[in-house]
Design a protein around this ligand. Structure first.
Ligand code: PEP
Length: 249
Protein backbone atom coordinates (compact mmCIF):
# COMPACT_ATOMS: atom_id res chain seq x y z
CA UNK A 1 0.00 0.00 0.00
CA UNK A 2 1.26 3.45 -0.86
CA UNK A 3 1.34 5.79 2.13
CA UNK A 4 -0.43 9.05 1.24
CA UNK A 5 1.77 12.15 0.99
CA UNK A 6 0.32 15.60 1.58
CA UNK A 7 2.81 18.26 0.57
CA UNK A 8 2.53 22.02 0.97
CA UNK A 9 4.32 24.28 -1.49
CA UNK A 10 4.64 27.68 0.15
CA UNK A 11 6.06 29.21 -3.06
CA UNK A 12 7.49 32.75 -2.58
CA UNK A 13 5.56 33.37 0.64
CA UNK A 14 6.45 33.77 4.31
CA UNK A 15 9.27 35.87 5.69
CA UNK A 16 11.27 34.30 8.45
CA UNK A 17 8.92 34.87 11.43
CA UNK A 18 5.82 33.95 9.41
CA UNK A 19 7.35 30.68 8.32
CA UNK A 20 8.14 29.67 11.90
CA UNK A 21 4.64 30.57 13.07
CA UNK A 22 3.05 28.59 10.24
CA UNK A 23 5.29 25.62 11.04
CA UNK A 24 4.47 25.73 14.77
CA UNK A 25 0.72 26.01 14.14
CA UNK A 26 0.78 23.12 11.67
CA UNK A 27 2.93 20.96 13.92
CA UNK A 28 0.42 21.33 16.75
CA UNK A 29 -2.58 20.64 14.52
CA UNK A 30 -1.24 17.42 12.98
CA UNK A 31 0.70 16.05 15.96
CA UNK A 32 -1.43 12.89 16.16
CA UNK A 33 -1.31 11.98 12.47
CA UNK A 34 0.79 8.90 11.74
CA UNK A 35 -0.79 7.12 8.78
CA UNK A 36 0.32 9.60 6.13
CA UNK A 37 3.40 11.60 5.25
CA UNK A 38 3.26 15.36 5.69
CA UNK A 39 5.69 17.74 4.01
CA UNK A 40 6.12 21.49 3.78
CA UNK A 41 8.33 23.24 1.23
CA UNK A 42 9.15 26.77 2.44
CA UNK A 43 11.25 29.26 0.46
CA UNK A 44 15.01 28.59 0.68
CA UNK A 45 15.48 31.40 3.22
CA UNK A 46 13.17 29.69 5.73
CA UNK A 47 14.09 26.02 5.34
CA UNK A 48 16.66 25.96 8.12
CA UNK A 49 14.41 27.62 10.72
CA UNK A 50 11.36 25.60 9.68
CA UNK A 51 13.35 22.36 9.84
CA UNK A 52 14.57 23.27 13.34
CA UNK A 53 11.00 24.10 14.38
CA UNK A 54 9.72 20.77 13.05
CA UNK A 55 12.62 18.63 14.21
CA UNK A 56 10.62 16.46 16.63
CA UNK A 57 7.37 16.51 14.70
CA UNK A 58 5.70 14.38 12.05
CA UNK A 59 6.08 17.14 9.46
CA UNK A 60 8.98 16.88 7.02
CA UNK A 61 10.65 19.72 5.13
CA UNK A 62 11.62 20.07 1.48
CA UNK A 63 12.96 22.55 -1.05
CA UNK A 64 10.99 24.02 -3.95
CA UNK A 65 13.82 23.58 -6.46
CA UNK A 66 17.55 22.83 -6.60
CA UNK A 67 20.43 23.03 -9.05
CA UNK A 68 22.13 19.92 -10.45
CA UNK A 69 25.74 20.92 -9.72
CA UNK A 70 27.19 20.41 -6.23
CA UNK A 71 28.93 23.80 -5.94
CA UNK A 72 30.73 26.47 -7.90
CA UNK A 73 30.13 29.64 -9.88
CA UNK A 74 26.36 29.39 -10.27
CA UNK A 75 25.14 32.64 -8.74
CA UNK A 76 21.76 32.38 -7.10
CA UNK A 77 21.53 28.60 -7.23
CA UNK A 78 21.20 26.12 -4.36
CA UNK A 79 22.53 22.56 -4.48
CA UNK A 80 21.05 19.33 -3.17
CA UNK A 81 23.83 19.12 -0.59
CA UNK A 82 22.91 22.58 0.68
CA UNK A 83 19.26 21.58 1.03
CA UNK A 84 20.23 18.43 2.89
CA UNK A 85 22.54 20.34 5.22
CA UNK A 86 19.67 22.50 6.51
CA UNK A 87 17.27 19.62 7.10
CA UNK A 88 15.40 19.13 3.82
CA UNK A 89 14.53 15.55 2.89
CA UNK A 90 12.43 16.20 -0.22
CA UNK A 91 12.68 18.58 -3.16
CA UNK A 92 10.11 19.70 -5.73
CA UNK A 93 11.50 19.60 -9.26
CA UNK A 94 10.03 21.01 -12.47
CA UNK A 95 7.09 22.85 -10.96
CA UNK A 96 5.08 24.45 -13.76
CA UNK A 97 5.94 27.92 -12.47
CA UNK A 98 9.60 27.07 -12.94
CA UNK A 99 8.88 25.68 -16.40
CA UNK A 100 6.81 28.76 -17.28
CA UNK A 101 8.91 31.59 -15.80
CA UNK A 102 12.43 30.21 -15.41
CA UNK A 103 13.07 28.12 -18.50
CA UNK A 104 12.87 24.70 -16.86
CA UNK A 105 12.70 21.90 -19.43
CA UNK A 106 12.38 18.13 -19.23
CA UNK A 107 16.15 17.96 -19.78
CA UNK A 108 16.94 20.23 -16.81
CA UNK A 109 14.35 18.40 -14.71
CA UNK A 110 16.14 15.16 -15.54
CA UNK A 111 19.52 16.53 -14.43
CA UNK A 112 18.05 17.86 -11.19
CA UNK A 113 16.29 14.57 -10.55
CA UNK A 114 19.57 12.67 -10.81
CA UNK A 115 21.30 15.19 -8.56
CA UNK A 116 18.52 14.97 -5.97
CA UNK A 117 18.94 11.20 -5.74
CA UNK A 118 22.70 11.59 -5.55
CA UNK A 119 22.22 13.71 -2.43
CA UNK A 120 19.63 11.37 -0.93
CA UNK A 121 16.76 13.83 -1.39
CA UNK A 122 13.36 12.45 -2.40
CA UNK A 123 12.28 14.31 -5.53
CA UNK A 124 8.72 15.32 -6.42
CA UNK A 125 8.71 15.68 -10.19
CA UNK A 126 5.90 17.86 -11.55
CA UNK A 127 4.16 17.42 -14.90
CA UNK A 128 0.98 18.91 -16.30
CA UNK A 129 -0.68 20.34 -19.37
CA UNK A 130 -1.79 23.90 -20.11
CA UNK A 131 -5.39 24.81 -20.82
CA UNK A 132 -4.67 25.14 -24.55
CA UNK A 133 -3.11 21.67 -24.56
CA UNK A 134 -6.12 20.17 -22.74
CA UNK A 135 -8.56 21.91 -25.07
CA UNK A 136 -6.53 20.68 -28.03
CA UNK A 137 -6.87 17.08 -26.76
CA UNK A 138 -3.13 16.91 -26.23
CA UNK A 139 -3.10 16.19 -22.50
CA UNK A 140 -1.86 12.59 -22.60
CA UNK A 141 0.65 13.36 -25.33
CA UNK A 142 2.11 16.25 -23.29
CA UNK A 143 2.24 14.14 -20.14
CA UNK A 144 3.97 11.31 -21.98
CA UNK A 145 6.64 13.66 -23.34
CA UNK A 146 7.20 15.23 -19.93
CA UNK A 147 7.35 11.89 -18.11
CA UNK A 148 9.69 10.27 -20.64
CA UNK A 149 11.96 13.32 -20.80
CA UNK A 150 12.05 13.90 -17.06
CA UNK A 151 12.60 10.26 -16.04
CA UNK A 152 14.98 9.38 -18.87
CA UNK A 153 17.72 6.96 -17.79
CA UNK A 154 16.70 6.90 -14.14
CA UNK A 155 17.73 3.64 -12.43
CA UNK A 156 14.77 1.54 -11.28
CA UNK A 157 15.65 1.80 -7.56
CA UNK A 158 15.63 5.58 -7.85
CA UNK A 159 12.30 5.58 -9.65
CA UNK A 160 10.82 3.72 -6.68
CA UNK A 161 11.88 6.62 -4.45
CA UNK A 162 10.62 9.31 -6.83
CA UNK A 163 7.27 11.00 -6.34
CA UNK A 164 5.39 12.31 -9.38
CA UNK A 165 2.96 15.22 -9.15
CA UNK A 166 0.32 15.71 -11.81
CA UNK A 167 -0.51 19.40 -11.79
CA UNK A 168 -2.66 20.66 -14.65
CA UNK A 169 -1.37 24.20 -15.22
CA UNK A 170 -4.92 25.52 -15.67
CA UNK A 171 -5.81 24.32 -12.17
CA UNK A 172 -2.87 25.86 -10.29
CA UNK A 173 -3.88 28.87 -8.21
CA UNK A 174 -7.03 29.36 -10.27
CA UNK A 175 -9.65 27.78 -8.03
CA UNK A 176 -10.45 25.35 -10.87
CA UNK A 177 -9.76 21.79 -9.78
CA UNK A 178 -9.55 18.89 -12.19
CA UNK A 179 -12.53 16.63 -11.65
CA UNK A 180 -11.66 13.40 -9.83
CA UNK A 181 -12.24 11.54 -13.12
CA UNK A 182 -10.00 13.90 -15.12
CA UNK A 183 -7.24 13.55 -12.53
CA UNK A 184 -7.63 9.77 -12.24
CA UNK A 185 -7.38 9.36 -16.02
CA UNK A 186 -4.01 11.12 -16.09
CA UNK A 187 -2.73 9.44 -12.91
CA UNK A 188 -3.56 5.99 -14.32
CA UNK A 189 -1.85 6.97 -17.57
CA UNK A 190 1.29 8.06 -15.69
CA UNK A 191 1.36 4.77 -13.76
CA UNK A 192 1.02 2.85 -17.03
CA UNK A 193 3.96 4.80 -18.47
CA UNK A 194 6.03 3.88 -15.40
CA UNK A 195 5.15 0.21 -15.96
CA UNK A 196 6.37 0.51 -19.55
CA UNK A 197 9.54 2.43 -18.67
CA UNK A 198 10.38 0.43 -15.51
CA UNK A 199 8.13 -2.41 -14.31
CA UNK A 200 4.87 -3.14 -12.52
CA UNK A 201 6.43 -3.43 -9.05
CA UNK A 202 8.10 -0.04 -9.40
CA UNK A 203 4.91 1.55 -10.73
CA UNK A 204 2.96 0.12 -7.79
CA UNK A 205 5.42 1.75 -5.41
CA UNK A 206 5.50 5.25 -6.91
CA UNK A 207 3.28 7.86 -5.32
CA UNK A 208 1.48 10.13 -7.75
CA UNK A 209 0.20 13.36 -6.19
CA UNK A 210 -2.50 15.60 -7.59
CA UNK A 211 -1.94 19.37 -7.48
CA UNK A 212 -4.14 22.25 -8.59
CA UNK A 213 -6.47 24.16 -6.26
CA UNK A 214 -6.68 21.39 -3.68
CA UNK A 215 -8.82 22.49 -0.71
CA UNK A 216 -10.24 20.88 2.44
CA UNK A 217 -13.49 20.49 0.46
CA UNK A 218 -12.18 18.56 -2.53
CA UNK A 219 -9.32 16.49 -1.10
CA UNK A 220 -11.45 13.56 0.05
CA UNK A 221 -13.03 12.85 -3.32
CA UNK A 222 -9.67 13.26 -5.06
CA UNK A 223 -8.05 10.83 -2.61
CA UNK A 224 -10.79 8.28 -3.26
CA UNK A 225 -9.42 7.72 -6.77
CA UNK A 226 -7.33 4.57 -7.20
CA UNK A 227 -4.20 6.24 -8.53
CA UNK A 228 -4.20 9.46 -6.49
CA UNK A 229 -1.76 9.00 -3.62
CA UNK A 230 -1.66 12.48 -2.18
CA UNK A 231 -1.74 16.17 -2.90
CA UNK A 232 0.68 18.95 -3.72
CA UNK A 233 -0.98 22.01 -2.24
CA UNK A 234 -0.11 25.65 -2.91
CA UNK A 235 -2.47 28.35 -1.65
CA UNK A 236 -4.30 26.21 0.89
CA UNK A 237 -1.02 25.21 2.57
CA UNK A 238 -0.39 28.79 3.71
CA UNK A 239 -3.06 28.58 6.37
CA UNK A 240 -2.23 25.98 9.03
CA UNK A 241 -5.84 25.05 9.75
CA UNK A 242 -6.66 24.59 6.05
CA UNK A 243 -3.61 22.45 5.41
CA UNK A 244 -4.26 20.44 8.57
CA UNK A 245 -7.79 19.72 7.30
CA UNK A 246 -6.34 18.58 3.99
CA UNK A 247 -3.85 16.35 5.80
CA UNK A 248 -6.67 14.82 7.86
CA UNK A 249 -9.08 14.46 4.89
C1 PEP B 1 1.13 24.26 -6.47
O1 PEP B 1 1.75 25.21 -6.05
O2 PEP B 1 1.76 23.27 -6.80
C2 PEP B 1 -0.33 24.31 -6.52
C3 PEP B 1 -0.98 23.26 -6.90
O3 PEP B 1 -0.93 25.50 -6.16
P1 PEP B 1 -2.48 25.70 -5.74
O4 PEP B 1 -2.82 24.64 -4.75
O5 PEP B 1 -2.53 27.08 -5.15
O6 PEP B 1 -3.30 25.57 -6.99
Amino acid sequence: MRKPLLAGNWKMNTISQESVKLAIDLKNLVAEVNDRDILVCPPFTAISQVADTLRDSVVMVGGQDMFWEDKGAFTGEVSGGMLKSVGATYVIIGHSERRQFFGETDATVNKKLNAAHKHGLLPIVCVGETLAEREGNKTLQVIETQIKGSLNGLPKEQMGKTVVAYEPVWAIGTGKTASPEQAQEVHAFIRKLIVELFDQATADEVRILYGGSVTPDNIKILMSQADIDGGLVGGASLKADNFAKIVKY
